[in-house]
Design a protein around this ligand. Structure first.
Ligand code: UDP
Ligand code: MN
Length: 524
């Protein structure tokens, strides 16, 4: 009906194109655009969709044969929000009530992280009081605390045996709660993640995501990862999937256990990193984290945040807290991924002493154990000598850059120091260029192919002629290929920057790679 056509015609790519919906007046179109830009999803469409809709049941078929205990612990559901569309928050609440057995749902807590929207004050409060008397409690932060402390505030207000934490733009499906509670009842030290499906931000259709664990890169951006080999070998798609960390928009824990474990790190600001930190902490300190394929919650992956948009700034700061508290000497990987020096970096990540003390008092295992047992897919970069953007003294405003990936050729670009410009020179003499692979494809390395004067980017591990990918280099000196004796140099050229990078006989040009790894490689 209307909802569907609105969504399709007004998909975020196609605004204004090809004759907008006949059913919308120009005023309505501009209203819809305004709401889209404000919330990062099609809130105009959301306002037309039933708060009580039921989304598709995307559980693996065999989940329907699993029987559920009736005697399960009760839950508090905590939703946090800042400037979220009212209809989206209410649909989260309706969906929770409609799809959680009433005897298991003790309370719903809405944490308003200091929104400015008027509709989230009186109107929201009146609505939930009238519709769900006694069930819903609203907690208001008096200033913006960020999602981490907002979740902690929700936890403080909860009294049920189990607490679930959700973004306020989710929808639940039948039987999402029972398997979660059963796993926690069996072992209170398990943190349980419902599988996440995607509510499309433009059409609000729900799309199924594959069975996966939740992992992360060394910047600590979260991502879906393939379930462990053991899970596939066991051949039971209803079985829990071991997860090194969590995406974070949906997780459930025993309330007291979560408290004993140290909640989330209250020293983190705004957004990011807390989801990785909790995963690392629960594993290292005696618990576990897992995704349940038979429990499904759908979440809107929005295109824009309705709050502080410099997410990376906070992410980086929070990531350094995780690195410093939990990662032992592996913390160098986080500094490397963000291209920041390990000392005198000028980033104020706050006081971590309480978190360090927590790690001690919980008698947690070390990060090496965690990598070996919980996140073996993660690559480590302990062989790094120098890292960061690479400049040549002949044109120091330009940096070596991986260019268009499909060209497999290193090039020059104005310096920005982000992923494609991250160079990494190793103890073995390899020179890598590009963002860290973390769990994915490895970063490619610079090679001298005698057939061309341009430096090639290859997979170092697969390249047969080892020497072409080996370089003789120390900080501030020439970059000499050990097979050919040619040097990586910069020459004037008629290309758009006036320079290009080539391999030629050495003329004594010097390179610097921004950071020298501090020697913390204490392999204990
Ligand atoms: N959030 C918050 N305070 C903030 C930033 C975010 O309460 O300062 C809430 C936000 O409303 C949402 C959750 O944190 O419920 C996660 O944020 P978001 O959904 O924007 O992140 P995403 O899921 O897109 O990664
Ligand atoms: Mn979200």
């Amino acid at each position: 009906g209307l909802s569907k056509s609105l969504g399709l015609i007004e998909g975020f790519g196609g605004w204004g194109a090809g004759g907008l919906a006949a059913s919308l007046s120009p005023g309505e179109v501009s209203e819809a655009k305004y709401l889209r830009d404000k919330y990062g999803y099609n809130a105009y469409l959301s306002n037309t969709i039933s708060l009580d809709r039921t989304i598709p049941d995307y559980r693996p078929g065999s989940c329907r044969n699993v029987s559920h205990l009736r005697d399960l612990p009760q839950m508090a559901l905590v939703f946090i929000f800042v400037n979220e569309a009212l209809s989206v928050i209410l649909r989260s609440v309706h969906s929770a009530v409609n799809h959680t057995p009433a005897h298991l749902l003790k309370e719903i807590i809405l944490v308003d992280d200091h929104s400015d929207d008027e509709q989230l004050k009186g109107p929201l409060e009146d609505y939930v009081k009238r519709r769900y008397p006694g069930l819903v409690k609203i907690v208001r932060n008096h200033k913006r605390e960020g999602l981490i402390r907002a979740r902690i505030e929700g936890w403080k207000a909860a009294s049920a045996e189990v607490t679930g934490f959700f973004d306020a733009h989710v929808e639940f499906t039948p039987f999402w709660a029972e398997p979660v509670l059963a796993r926690i009842k069996e072992d209170r030290r398990r943190i349980i993640l419902p599988s996440i499906d995607n509510i499309k931000h433009d059409t609000f259709e729900v799309e199924r995501y594959e069975n996966s664990g939740h992992g992360y890169s060394w910047e600590l951006w979260c991502m879906y990862i393939n379930p462990p080999k053991q899970w596939w070998d066991d051949g039971d798609v209803t079985a829990p999937i071991r997860s090194p960390a969590m995406i974070g928009c949906s997780f459930v824990a025993n309330r007291l256990f979560f408290g004993e474990l140290g909640l989330l790190d209250p020293g983190m600001d705004v957004y990011g990193g807390e989801n990785i930190e909790l995963g690392i902490r629960v594993w290292m300190c005696g618990g576990s984290m897992e995704v349940l394929p038979c429990s499904r919650v759908a979440h809107i992956a929005r295109v824009k945040k309705p709050y502080n948009s410099n997410i990376a700034f906070y992410m980086r700061r929070n990531a350094l807290r995780v690195a410093e508290v939990w990662m032992d000497h592996f913390k160098s990987n986080v500094y490397l991924a963000w291209n920041i020096p390990m000392e005198n970096h000028g980033i104020d990540f706050g006081d971590i002493s309480e978190r360090v003390a927590l790690r001690k008092s919980l008698q947690c295992k070390n990060f090496q154990w965690y990598l070996d047992n919980v996140y073996p897919e993660m690559r480590t970069y302990g062989n790094t000598l120098y890292y960061g953007e690479m400049r040549n003294s002949k044109a120091s405003h330009l940096c070596l850059d991986q260019g268009m990936r499909e060209n497999h050729t290193a090039t020059l670009h104005p310096c920005h120091g982000w992923g494609p410009q991250i160079g990494r020179y190793t103890k073995e003499g390899h020179l890598y260029l590009g963002p860290l692979g973390s769990t994915g494809e490895d970063t490619r390395c610079v090679a001298d192919d005698p057939a061309t004067q341009f430096p090639q980017l290859l997979d170092c591990d697969k390249d047969k002629d080892e020497h072409r990918t080996k370089w003789i280099f120390t900080q501030g000196d020439s970059m000499i290929n050990s097979a050919s004796g040619r040097c990586l140099e910069v020459v004037p050229a008629k290309v758009y920057l006036g320079h290009q990078v080539v391999l030629q006989s050495c003329s004594g040009q010097r390179w610097t790679i921004k950071n020298t790894m501090k020697d913390i490689a204490v392999y204990v």
